[in-house]
Design a protein. Structure first.
Length: 146
């Protein structure tokens, strides 16, 4: 069985270690690398060849929104899933515009992150349940203003 290769990018080591433990409990996933700085992510993608990048928005040297944009341009085959505490419409929409396929809130369940990884690899988008209503509202507002 071919495992889903995941690269973790978060500036907090304890978060990376926790997410690693959660994902490696899944039979079909392996964490191939960890990065604590935004500028190191492209090199890590070259080195580890992940299927999925789990990306925090608040990185010390370059924010996750810019990282997502660069990764999407450099390696569009890598599925980007944002893992963030920020639930504002502006962050979510910009992340999706910049190439993220998924957006999971850090207070979500483990199942939510695992589902996001699997769904995005299947070519679908994924938003944490609290963000569904926000996205629907944004789409409705855009339709009204079109």
């Amino acid at each position: 069985m071919c495992k889903i290769r995941v690269l973790l990018a978060d500036d907090h080591r304890i978060v990376r270690q926790g997410v690693r433990a959660l994902l490696e409990a899944e039979a079909d996933m392996e964490v191939v690398g960890e990065v604590g700085e935004g500028l190191a992510i492209i090199a890590a993608i070259e080195q580890f060849q992940p299927d999925t990048l789990i990306l925090d928005l608040m990185m010390p040297d370059i924010n996750g929104l810019e990282v997502a944009k660069r990764v999407h341009e450099f390696a569009p085959e890598v599925r980007i899933v944002i893992l963030s505490m920020h639930s504002s419409e502006a962050y979510v929409l910009q992340a999706l515009r910049n190439g993220a396929y998924g957006y999971v809130l850090k207070d979500s369940s483990t199942e939510s992150l695992v589902t996001a990884i699997r769904r995005t690899l299947a070519g679908h988008s994924y938003l944490s349940p609290p963000l569904h209503e926000l996205a629907l509202k944004a789409q409705t507002m855009n339709a009204w203003h079109a």
